[in-house]
Design a protein around this ligand. Structure first.
Ligand code: FAD
Length: 393
C-alpha cells in the first residue's frame, strides 16, 4: 500500500525518508518542532547523523578506501585506447578528491604499459605480470583484481565498457560485493566524496545519476570515445608496485588453445573514425548507401547508420551509432535521412561538427546539428561529393 507516516508515533528521526525505496516520504517540521529538535541536538552535543552509531560505522568503513584506479586493458600487450580516455577522467576525479590516481596493469610482459599510464596521468601503477595472464580469462583476471582491491582498497575503479571490461567489471563487483554502473556517460564527485555516475536510463529518455554510497569501491564502466583522450606527456614516471597474483595455471578451468580472428567481421572502425557519413531510414534502400560511401571516401571517412537502417538489413550492426550501437566523436558527423531520436543522439552528439541533411525542417536532428540542410538527400549528398571532388582538382 501507500507509504504513510504514523504521526502519533513519529519522533522525527527522518530515517524512514532515507530508507524509503520509492522516495515517497517527506517529513515537514513546524517551526516549534524544529526548535525542539535543534535543542535536543545541542544537548546531545552532536547532530543527529553523527550521533547515529550506524552512520558512524559506515563512514569509518568507507573512509578506509582511498584512491582512484583505472584498469588498463590490453590484448597481446596492445593497450585499449579507452583506458587512456579513462585515465584522463580518473585524473580529474583524483584531483577533486585529493587522492592518487593508479593504473592497474595485468598481463604477461606488460610492464611497459605502466610507463604509458604515467604519460597519460597516472601517479603510480599496480603491476601483475605473470604468464598466466597472457590471454584474458575471466577467472584469472577476476582473482587478480579482487586481490588488489582487497589489499589496497581503492574508492573508485573504472574500466572500459568493452567486451573484456564488461565481463570483468561485473564479475569483480559481484565478488567484492559492491555496485557497478555500466556505460556511464558522465562521472563526477558530490559534496560527500561519492562518485556520481550518470548514464541514460529508460531507453535513453532520461539521464540517471547513480550513487553507490554504502559500498566500496564504487565501480563504473565507460564506453570507448565517450571521454576525451587526454594529452600524452612524454617522459613521466612513477612507482610501479609489483603484486603477485597467487593465480596458478593448473587451477584454471579454461585454457586458451588458439586465437582465431573473425575474418567475416566488418572491419570498419566507426567508433575510431574522424569523419562519419551516416544514413538512416531516409536512405530508402541498401543500394543507396553507395552515395554515402562516395562522400565518405572523399572525406577519408567511413559510413555509419541509424538503428532503423541496420534493422532493415542495409548496414551491419557494427556500423550502428547510438545507445545500442557505437558511441562516436568524429571531427565531422554527417547525418543523412536520420530523424534524430534520442537513442541516436546519445551516440553522436559530442562530435566536433554535426551536419544534418533531412527534408523535414522539424526533424529533431537539427536541434543538435551545427549545420543543417533541409532538402532531399538524393540531391544534396551527390552535390556535396561533387563539390569536394572539384575542390581537390
Ligand atoms: P526515422 O526516424 O524514420 O527517420 C528518417 C528520417 O529521414 C526522417 O526524419 C525523414 O524526414 C528523413 N528523410 C526521409 N527521406 C528523406 C530524403 N529523401 N531526404 C532527406 N531526408 C529524408 N537508434 C539508433 O540510431 N541507434 C541506436 O543505438 C538505437 N538504440 C535504441 C535503443 C532503444 C532501447 C530504443 C527503444 C530505440 C533505439 N533506437 C536507436 C531507435 C531510435 O529510437 C529510432 O527509431 C531510430 O534512430 C530512427 O532511425 P532513423 O532516424 O533512421 O529513422
Amino acid at each position: 500500500g501507500e507509504p504513510e507516516i504514523v504521526v502519533a508515533q513519529c519522533i522525527g528521526c527522518v530515517k524512514c525518508v532515507k530508507v524509503c525505496p520509492a522516495q515517497a516520504l517527506e517529513v515537514v517540521f513546524t517551526e516549534e518542532e524544529k526548535r525542539i529538535l535543534e535543542q535536543l541536538a545541542r544537548e546531545s552535543g552532536a547532530d543527529a547523523e553523527d550521533g547515529d552509531p550506524e552512520a558512524r560505522a559506515l563512514a569509518a568503513k568507507l573512509a578506509a578506501y582511498r584512491g582512484v584506479w583505472v584498469f588498463v586493458e590490453q590484448t597481446e600487450g596492445e593497450p585499449a585506447r579507452v583506458s587512456w580516455e579513462l585515465m584522463g577522467k580518473g585524473r580529474e576525479l583524483a584531483d577533486t578528491l585529493g587522492v592518487p590516481l593508479s593504473a592497474v596493469v595485468i598481463g604477461s610482459h606488460v610492464e611497459e604499459l605502466c610507463y604509458h599510464s604515467f604519460c597519460y596521468g597516472a601517479d603510480q601503477a599496480y603491476l601483475v605480470d605473470e604468464p598466466v595472464f597472457r590471454h584474458y580469462r575471466t577467472e584469472a583476471y577476476l582473482k587478480a583484481v579482487c586481490r588488489l582491491i582487497e589489499n589496497y582498497q581503492p574508492e573508485i575503479v573504472l574500466m572500459g565498457a568493452t567486451g573484456l571490461g564488461r565481463d570483468l567489471a561485473g564479475a569483480v563487483a559481484t565478488v567484492v560485493g559492491t555496485g557497478l554502473t555500466a556505460d556511464c556517460t558522465g562521472l563526477g564527485i558530490d559534496d560527500r566524496r561519492n562518485l556520481m555516475q550518470t548514464r541514460p536510463a529508460f531507453g535513453g529518455n532520461i539521464m540517471a545519476t547513480i550513487m553507490c554510497d554504502k559500498f566500496r569501491p564504487q565501480m563504473a564502466t565507460v564506453r570507448p570515445h565517450v571521454m576525451p583522450l587526454p594529452e600524452r606527456v612524454e617522459g613521466k614516471s612513477g612507482p610501479v608496485i609489483r603484486v603477485a597474483s597467487g593465480v596458478k595455471e593448473e587451477e584454471m578451468l579454461t585454457k586458451v588453445l588458439a586465437v582465431v580472428s573473425d575474418r567475416n567481421r566488418d572491419h570498419v572502425d566507426v567508433a575510431g573514425a574522424e569523419f562519419i557519413v551516416s544514413g538512416g531510414r531516409g536512405m530508402m534502400g541498401k543500394e543507396n548507401f553507395v552515395l554515402l560511401q562516395e562522400l565518405a571516401d572523399e572525406l577519408g571517412g567511413v559510413v555509419g547508420a541509424s538503428r532503423s537502417a541496420v534493422d532493415a538489413g542495409w548496414m551491419p550492426h557494427e556500423r550502428q551509432v547510438g545507445q545500442t550501437g557505437k558511441t562516436v566523436r568524429p571531427k565531422i558527423y554527417i547525418a543523412c535521412g536520420i530523424s534524430g531520436a534520442i537513442q541516436h543522439l546519445v551516440g553522436m552528439q559530442d562530435s566536433d561538427l554535426i551536419i544534418a541533411i533531412n527534408r523535414d525542417p522539424d526533424a529533431p536532428i537539427f536541434e543538435v546539428a551545427h549545420l543543417g540542410i533541409v532538402g532531399d538527400l538524393f540531391q544534396v549528398v551527390p552535390a556535396l561529393t561533387e563539390r569536394l571532388r572539384s575542390l581537390k582538382q
